[in-house]
Ligand binder design. Structure first.
Ligand code: GLA
Length: 716
């Protein structure tokens, strides 16, 4: 960090970026520069002079410097990042710097407005190892009357005008992380999520890039809101030519009313910048998740192969069958057996039992111990499913506490998977849940919890009629934190009908996300590619599903399903008892392959390659560039008779790599020899320099649609 006292600026350099903040006492703070890394000795004065903006006809006679909050009091007429009032008064705050604290890695800018009696603090932390900046902010009501907060972006970030494209992530249940790229336009690009969870259709991440930015080149800014609830993401292209990006929790009216002395904390916004393409931007985020969010034990533990019981048995829990499944799972190489929904209370279908976190006597007359002993006896770890925030009307808990649920007085509940949401912000509710979950974890040898959440919070009203969507997220995080400190050896997975709650807020307290309920490998190729913009493979749950996908009805080969699940945190979710022996053998081989390469897959530098729509090419190169693994998925049939040459990226140009094709084992043969035959890639392979592999590339073989080829490269 550099501090220029004369200019009253703070400069952070991290990875490929520099960031300069002006924080003169008595003035609103503002960002002077965020972009490519500047020369270390460049004077801030030069940057400031080069940024001089004149006045123009028809706008203010002076340049209004946009502040970090773009609050109404600065007089800027573009969209604002802050709105609060006291019964219609005190809406026009103008926050000026009162105090600045800084150390090499962070700064705190304390601002206030005497007139409106509000203090506003910014914390900015630079992560120079991983090339990121983390922003958070908070306000405090300093007057003796309550303050209503209407809206607060964590921070408003200026974006240069040549950054013309916006990439957002939309989707739906079983089809999350669908990338959507649009050109910026005058006005506001805005995504609002009011689902009460991170959502399937509005992932809180945006990438802003140049028109020509692609996976391997071009500038890009990344923004992610580490928040597991309602959010507002916006990019405002204003009439004066300036562009701002901002993100914040979306608040309902009255949701945040601050009593005198009380504070509101905005969720963290994690910003990244690159000048070398979208894959490089993702690498900054992946390093952040691995190095800063995951706890040590997860970071350094190899990710065990999962078996999840859901699609094999659904609610039909029969102990003998589950034991047989566990035995079969152990046979093929599984290391963790997760018992999904259906083990508790009266939960024989999705209309009853939710909330009753007692092992069902009807299904497990001797408790879970016999099954767990069987699982652990096979050398596997036991995992178990919970959906703590939810309740069925047909449950003992609801009969005892019908008033514990969120809703709106006088308005019928919106039906959603036969369940209601509990108001876990009430201490008695979260204490109860803590007690029940903790008891199950204490009484059993369980090492893993899949934490699910299967409905939106359509009416997140609490007992006093106040909206509780924001409080719900805080209470959720606190409950998981409490459980994790009581049971430090238990890993947690974040699931919300698949990838509906996969964000950095959750990843700061969980060890894996369930990326999507869809185990359709073809859809998964795109879902996992989308998710990889922010999430590393290490946390991305990916399962081999049944041959006929239960959700899409599509039929896919074992080679395709296993090859796709390998590019993530691999697991299985199919009825192994129905699988023909040859498919079990194939699965076993895929699991062995995953085990051989999982450290590379999970800890290396991940990249996506630009390719025509019929292909999906992704790869991981070890940090020391000693090895690499690339996945080439043929999604649909290619339009030309042969696909093009694939140029490997991320390799050391000086090193020599032996290249081999390691999946599938049985290679399909075409009418004339392919590159695989010519280079003996399925055998000993051949060596080429990293430079040749990236410059010339390799002609891809003809392959049928729905095929995944994996290539492994090791430096000689
Ligand atoms: C959700 C999850 C699934 C499964 C079911 C159980 O849909 O995403 O993986 O756990 O709930 O009800």
């Amino acid at each position: 960090m550099q501090i220029d006292n004369r200019m009253e600026t703070i400069r952070f350099d991290a990875g490929e970026m520099s960031f300069i903040l002006c924080c003169a006492n008595g003035e609103p703070p503002f960002i002077l520069y965020w972009g490519p890394r500047l020369a270390p000795d460049l004077s801030v004065e030069q940057v400031s002079l080069l940024s001089t903006r004149q006045s123009a006809h028809g706008i203010e006679d002076v340049n209004i410097q946009p502040s970090l909050a773009m609050e109404p009091g600065i007089g800027y007429t573009g969209p604002s990042g802050f709105s609060a009032h006291r019964e219609g008064q005190d809406w026009g705050s103008r926050f000026v710097v009162q105090n600045v604290k800084r150390d090499p890695q962070s700064c705190r800018i304390s601002c206030h407005d005497h007139r409106t009696g509000i203090a506003l603090d910014y914390d900015i932390v630079v992560d120079s190892d991983n090339g990121l900046l983390t922003f958070s902010s908070s306000i405090t009501n300093q007057q003796d009357r309550p303050l209503d907060l209407v809206d607060m972006a964590t921070i408003c970030l200026p974006i240069p005008a040549h950054i013309t494209d916006i990439i957002g992530f939309s989707g739906r249940w079983a089809r999350e992380f669908q990338m959507e790229r649009v050109s910026r336009f005058s006005g506001s690009y805005m995504r609002e999520n009011r689902r009460g969870r991170t959502s399937h259709d509005c992932f809180p991440g945006l990438i802003l890039c140049e028109e020509n930015s692609d996976e391997q080149s071009g500038e890009a800014y990344g923004l992610h809101l580490a928040w597991s609830g309602n959010s507002r993401l916006r990019v405002d292209s204003n009439g004066d030519g300036r562009v701002f990006a901002s993100m914040g929790a979306l608040l309902f009216p009255g949701e945040i009313r601050l009593a005198p002395g009380e504070s509101y904390h905005s969720p963290q916004l994690v910003g990244a910048y690159t000048c070398s393409g979208l894959s490089s931007l993702s690498q900054h985020y992946h390093d952040h998740v691995r190095n800063n969010l995951l706890r040590q034990s997860t970071r350094f533990r190899v990710r065990p192969v999962h078996y999840n019981s859901w699609e094999a048995v659904y609610f039909d829990h029969d102990q003998d069958r589950l034991k047989a499944l566990a035995s079969r799972a152990a046979d093929v190489g599984v290391e963790r057996f997760v018992l999904d929904d259906g083990w508790f209370g009266g939960r024989r279908n999705d209309a009853a039992g939710l909330g009753d976190w007692h092992v069902s006597d009807a299904v497990y007359p001797d408790g879970l111990k016999p099954l767990i002993d069987h699982v652990t006896g096979l050398g596997m770890e036991m995992g178990i499913w919970f959906e703590p925030e939810m309740i069925n009307a047909d449950s003992d808990l609801y009969r005892a506490h019908p008033d514990w649920i969120l809703g709106l007085d006088g308005v019928e509940q919106v039906p959603f998977r036969n369940q209601y949401a509990l108001d876990i912000s009430r201490p008695e509710v979260s204490d109860h849940l803590f007690g029940r979950i903790s008891a199950i974890l204490t009484d059993h040898d369980i090492g893993y919890v899949k934490w699910d959440m299967n409905r939106d919070l359509n009416h997140p009203g609490g007992q006093q009629g106040i909206a509780k969507a924001y409080a719900h997220v805080q209470a959720l995080w606190a409950l998981i934190d409490r459980l994790r400190s009581a049971h430090p050896d238990v890993e947690f997975e974040s699931c919300a009908s698949g990838g509906g709650r996969a964000d950095f807020g959750m990843l700061a307290r969980t060890d894996r996300v369930w990326t999507s309920d869809s185990n359709d490998a073809l859809d998964r190729q795109i879902i996992q590619r989308g998710a990889s913009h922010f999430l590393p493979l290490k946390v991305m749950g990916a399962h081999v599903g049944p041959r006929h996908c239960h959700i899409t009805g599509r039929t896919l080969s074992m080679a395709m399903r296993a090859g796709t699940a390998l590019m993530g945190h691999m697991g299985l979710e199919l009825n192994l008892l129905d699988e023909p022996p040859e498919e079990l053998e194939e699965l076993k081989a895929a699991i062995a392959l995953y085990k051989n390469h999982r450290n590379l897959l999970h800890d290396g530098d991940f990249g996506r390659m630009d390719s025509p729509d019929y292909l999906n090419i992704m790869g991981v190169v070890a940090k020391d560039k000693g090895e690499a693994l690339y996945s080439v998925a043929y999604l649909t049939g290619q339009v030309p008779a042969l696909p093009g040459r694939f140029r490997f990226s991320g390799l050391d140009p000086e090193a020599n790599y032996r290249i081999r094709q390691i999946w599938p084992e049985d290679w399909y043969s075409e009418k004339s020899p392919s590159v695989i035959d010519a280079l003996d890639l399925a055998g000993a392979g051949m060596s080429f320099s990293g430079a040749v592999l990236s410059q010339v590339g390799m002609q891809l073989p003809v392959a049928p649609p729905e095929t995944v080829l994996l290539f492994y490269l090791s430096a000689d």
